[in-house]
Design a protein around this ligand. Sequence first.
Ligand SMILES: Cc1ncc(COP(=O)(O)O)c(C=O)c1O
Length: 292
Amino acid sequence: MDGSRITLKATDMPIVAALRELADRPQARFYLPGHKGGHGAPEALRQWLGEVLWRADLPELPDFDNLLAPEAAIAAAQDLAAQAFGADRTWFLCNGSTAGVIAALSAVCRPDDRVLLPRNAHRSAIAGLIHCGAMPVLASPDYDHVWDLDRGLTPAIVARAIERYPDLAAIFLVSPNYYGQSCDLAALIELAHNPDRAIPVIVDAAHGSHFAFHPDFPASALASGADLVIESTHKTWGRYLRRRCSTFRAIASILIGSIAPWPVCNRPARMQCYWRRWTRHGSRWQRAGDHC
Ligand SMILES: Cc1ncc(COP(=O)(O)O)c(C=O)c1O
């Protein structure tokens, strides 16, 4: 962590403090958004949502900070979050855990690398593989016959996969799963981190961002030794929608989702290009037939 930054208390809220200061400052708003601090907002919405929300709806101004190259309030808040989660670094995401999953896979994998993942991984993991060109090794998760539910990967499944595919570039786990059940992460990560292999482990903990904060919860993915963890703080914490974190133990470089999804959504050419990549990878994956 950058030692030159001001030391903050865990209860400090650097982003809120910076927003308040800027929102309340008398100013002419020659910048986006077009509602100009609420003056151009629909009256009914202004009355319903209140004045402050509009005044505080600010972009990456020099006096605030920039999510893509944070140096001030966002950097300080990310440092605080890293301390709270017990991570080396934390990045806030605006494009959802989906952006975190794609960024994590892209940071760890090169084209044609093999990645072990459960068949019931979230679709963002498939998007991440397409994005970075890695090849999936799909493992069937354990099945709970009593409750009729797909669970996660077990140490036996992962050990078998590592033996069959010793060149795995990463193991991607989902824990907890969609039903709240956790894997035995410590055992799975120990298998991956065996000194002979040292396979990086990415954990999609979208539904487990609260685990680090109470001893009665299962151990968090970071506490279990994961290298890179994606958490949706809006899913199990009191956060606004589309606010997520990626927390990293040891990996320093990462691509990060941009502040707005509209550059992709608004450009049909980019979408077509993405679609072409998707279909090309789909047929390669079928041929490759890496399953276990
Ligand atoms: C396990 C898991 N991973 C990733 C995601 C993607 O999260 P987001 O909607 O924040 O992009 C979800 C969404 O429900 C999920 O359930």
